[in-house]
Ligand binder design. Structure first.
Ligand code: DON
Length: 304
């Protein structure tokens, strides 16, 4: 078995001195203050061992990483019905692109771009009694940690500046692919994205996807086939127009967020989370991508 702690420390030391750490997302004003020198890595192996380096216990805005957890909750609630309203193809375009949605009559390409995640938010609102509270509790249950919460300032910051998401939701509504009011759906979506978690908490929350759909902490579970499908979507769509590059360099299903986090996993082996807030031009963490490429190269652990 590789010496995971030594490997993580080595990768961390090499990456932390990079002169170009990318650019912190500023289109959500509240995220613009985050120091791009933050850098953390956390790994949990299937035999339950934990390894961490740097700021792996510091909470950050999970942003689009939440889309995977929202999708898993929607699948748990309505199963195959999810796919009547969303496709499962990579978009090859940025996460907030609108053109394809219009060309394809309001059916989002996949649930991990913004349009697809907004339809998932609509499904959750229709199927949860207290949507925001119930979703937060779902994330807390997956993690076994009651301290996880929304950052309301981040949610508000996106609410007053997220014009492209309003355009997306309105376009979905015009194609009858939203059942709830645009304001309600986006309020839920902005809160879901504004959940703050640490690398360690995210690793725990995603563990069920590396464990055939079964969460070790409680009764939360998907079927093996549902977990397989979510992992397939992360591999093909988790990095938007950089999904090919991530598969090519890293070779794992994964999901990024503009808060600078990335979660990636190898079924039956491990979950790994990185946080480095500086992003590359496609909106994915620059050091995070580098770290994961190094990790799978050094350990030779990938799905390929
Ligand atoms: O909707 C948005 O633009 C953000 N709340 C989430 C975008 C995001 O994290 C894209 N991922 N890399």
């Amino acid at each position: 078995m590789p010496d995971f702690q030594a490997i993580l420390e080595h990768i961390y030391q090499d990456a932390v001195i990079a002169s170009d750490k990318g650019t912190v997302a500023s289109y959500i004003p509240e995220l613009a203050h985050i120091d791009k020198n933050n850098f953390g890595i956390h790994l949990r192996t299937s035999d339950g061992n934990d390894y961490g380096v740097g700021n792996y216990n510091k909470p950050f805005s999970i942003q689009s990483i939440s889309k995977v957890l929202a999708l898993s909750k929607a699948i748990a609630l309505i199963g195959e019905g999810t796919w009547k309203r969303i496709d499962v193809e990579p978009s090859g375009h940025p996460f907030n692109q609108l053109a394809l949605l219009e060309i394809e009559n309001g059916i989002p390409r996949n649930p991990l771009i913004n349009s697809g995640a907004i339809v998932i938010a609509d499904i959750l609102i229709s199927n949860l009694k207290n949507p925001k509270e119930d979703f937060l509790n779902y994330v807390r249950d997956l993690t076994g940690d009651e301290t996880i919460n929304f950052n309301k300032d981040v949610a508000h910051s996106e609410k007053v500046t997220g014009f492209k998401n309003y355009a997306t939701a309105n376009l979905l509504k015009s194609f009858n692919n939203l059942n709830n009011p645009v304001e309600d759906v986006l309020d839920f979506y902005f809160h879901q994205c504004a959940i703050e978690m640490t690398c360690q908490q995210l690793t725990k929350a995603f563990f069920f996807l590396a464990n055939k759909g079964i969460c070790m902490l409680n009764k939360t579970r998907l079927t093996k086939s549902q977990a397989k499908r979510i992992n397939a979507l992360m591999l093909t769509c988790g990095f938007y127009d950089e999904a090919g590059e991530f598969a090519f360099e890293v070779g794992l299903p994964g999901k990024s967020g503009v808060g600078g986090g990335i979660v990636a996993l190898l079924p039956d082996h491990f979950v790994i989370t990185t946080w480095a807030p500086g992003l590359n031009k496609k909106g994915n963490s620059k050091l995070g991508m580098l770290t994961l490429e190094q990790f799978t190269s050094k350990t030779k652990l990938s799905i390929f």
